[in-house]
Design a protein around this ligand. Structure first.
Ligand code: FES
Length: 170
């Protein structure tokens, strides 16, 4: 591969450079800088903000209230941007039982304390990850690790219903 001695090219005419390329200024115009690539995220080229699809979530409480009914928490998330675990934590929706509150792995997929059951909207989530496949070999298809579950795929929208901590179910 041919190389150019830049210092000699700046002060003297290099035999490898085309005629007329002698100074640093000439070098810059001969080898123009490329502009950095940029990605427009905030809106369309016309300046109008792009509307991102949203997923509605309902979280059925792990324990019934005094009237015997289960409390329901609600949240919304931009499709495909967050893990179910993070949505729950961001919205202060209880995910972990007593042990999990102090001993969870922080979303690494190794403790199994973030189990939820998807009651509705499975098709709006990612496929089970390999970690989940290992965890849930003989468990119902509807069980997921919240830290492995991506809500939405950036294009879909709809409603996901989550039952928290299915272990309490008999
Ligand atoms: S937080 Fe540990 S497996 Fe999900």
């Amino acid at each position: 591969m041919a190389s150019i001695n830049i210092l000699s090219a700046i002060s003297h005419r290099s035999p490898e450079l085309p005629a007329g390329v002698r100074t640093s200024q000439n070098l810059i115009s001969y080898y123009p800088r490329r502009r950095p690539r940029s990605v427009l995220c905030a809106g369309s080229p016309s300046g109008t903000p792009i509307e991102k699809p949203e997923i509605e979530l309902e979280f059925i409480g792990p324990k019934p209230g005094s009237d015997g009914s289960y409390p329901v928490d609600k949240a919304k998330a931009i499709s495909g941007e967050k893990l179910l675990r993070n949505i729950m934590l961001d919205n202060k929706i209880e995910l972990y039982a007593t042990y999990g509150k102090v001993m969870n792995c922080g979303g690494g997929g190794s403790c199994g304390t973030c189990i939820v059951e998807i009651i509705d909207g499975t098709d709006l989530l990612n496929e089970r990850t390999n970690t989940e496949l290992r965890y849930f070999k003989k468990k119902p298809e509807s069980w997921r690790l919240a830290c492995q579950t991506i809500v939405g795929n950036k294009e879909n929208s709809g409603k996901v219903v989550v039952q928290r901590i299915p272990q309490w179910k008999k």
